[in-house]
Ligand binder design. Structure first.
Ligand code: G6P
Length: 366
């Protein structure tokens, strides 16, 4: 069926706005009536593997990067993460008891598919997380889990990213449960927290006006830095990718703690620095990185929650305030301001939001 913009100016705007309902649909699909996690038979034996090897490209690789934090912290399961275009050329040994996990919106990305074939006959099991259920990657996997984002038309991925995160988050919980790292009550509590996310994403969409106002200023920058620490580091990477894809502004992301090992040399008043930092256990460390930026005349846009904005308002150029969210799931919510800033910056620059130059929705050549 023909997909239309449903009254939105761009597919990207429509797809950003659809996230609460797509996330809800994915939650309903993967949670059973009694609130436990439901996976298609024969399920996944997370206790029977010693590590996960995750491979993907672009935005999907950043979803994997977030999931690495989740699997390691929640389930004590070591994760190797590779961009697909490098993976097989490294000739990585794949130990027995490795779960190979491929994430792809289209399920057709040539490098990701080639990486999957490399793992065939080596890995214990081949699992994929895809949006297109009848894709090549899905077909060649032992088990393919749909993210249920619905058709994504905008070249810059939005709802697929948040739905990938949601499915990977549920898998990390399931892994934690099976490996005895989480008791049932904790799993339930984390699932309840996750159920709150679509509503919070809906709230975050109301930041569109603030994001538009700030984006008008970002549009004048030549370079923009994104910073994040811990599970927010991949969000900084995704924010920078989104921005460069559609606004053509050079954007780079760094782990906050790496700032002083190079990128701080770039900081002056012409380089906005976007800091993705909910008020969590790492917040104070990130604030000190922010202060290093401000001490050099850098303009900081702090993307945080109420407690974060209250405790670190001083000297900050702009703030975007998100609703409170369980810290573990913050990456899903913070995808929204990353998307809105990129979208409105592109609008301010007058670029082709849905069909950015030189990019393809799905890259089927290596
Ligand atoms: C292209 C798209 C990106 C996407 C990447 C991976 O570069 O423009 O938005 O993240 O491919 O695509 P996949 O379909 O494998 O997720």
């Amino acid at each position: 069926a023909q997909v239309d913009k449903a009254g939105h100016r761009h597919f990207m705007a429509k797809e950003i706005a659809e996230q609460p309902s797509r996330l809800t649909a994915a939650l309903e699909h993967y949670l059973s009536e009694d609130g436990s996690i439901r996976l298609p038979a024969p399920g996944i034996d997370f206790a029977g593997v010693d590590r996960i090897s995750m491979v993907a490209c672009g935005t999907a690789s950043y979803a994997c990067h977030v999931a690495k934090y989740w699997f390691e912290q929640i389930a004590g399961l070591p994760v190797d993460l590779d961009v697909a275009s490098e993976f097989r050329y490294r000739e990585p040994p794949i130990p027995a008891r490795t779960l190979a996990l491929f994430v792809s919106q289209s399920g057709e990305t040539a490098d990701t598919l080639a990486a999957l074939r490399y793992c065939r006959d080596k890995a214990e099991r081949i699992l994929s997380v895809v949006n297109v259920a009848e894709s090549s990657i899905a077909r060649e996997s032992d088990l393919a889990l749909p993210i249920l984002a619905g058709p994504e038309i905008g070249v810059a991925s939005t709802k697929a990213f948040s739905c990938q995160l949601l499915v990977l988050g549920l898998l990390a919980l399931e892994a934690g449960r099976q490996r005895g790292r989480l008791d049932e009550a904790t799993v339930r509590a984390r699932i309840d927290d996750l159920r709150a996310v679509p509503g919070l994403v809906n709230h975050a969409l109301s930041l569109t006006e603030d994001a538009g106002r700030i984006a008008a200023k970002l549009a004048e920058a030549r370079d923009i830095l994104f910073l994040g620490r811990g599970r927010m580091f991949p969000l900084a990477l995704e924010g920078a990718l989104k921005l460069k894809e559609i606004s053509y502004i050079h954007a780079e992301a760094y782990a906050s703690g790496e700032l002083k090992h190079g990128p701080i040399a770039l900081v002056d008043k012409t380089v906005p620095v976007i800091v993705m930092a909910p008020h969590d256990e790492l917040f104070d460390k990130t604030v000190s990185n922010m202060q290093e930026v401000m001490a050099r005349g850098g303009r900081v846009l702090l993307v945080t929650d109420r407690a974060g904005s209250q405790s670190a308002a001083q000297g900050v150029w702009e703030t975007l305030v998100l609703p409170d969210v369980a810290p573990v799931w913050a990456p899903i919510l913070y995808a929204v301001p990353a998307q809105l800033l990129a979208y409105h910056t592109a609008i301010a620059k007058g670029t082709d939001v849905d069909q950015p130059r030189n990019l393809a929705k799905s890259v089927t050549v290596e």
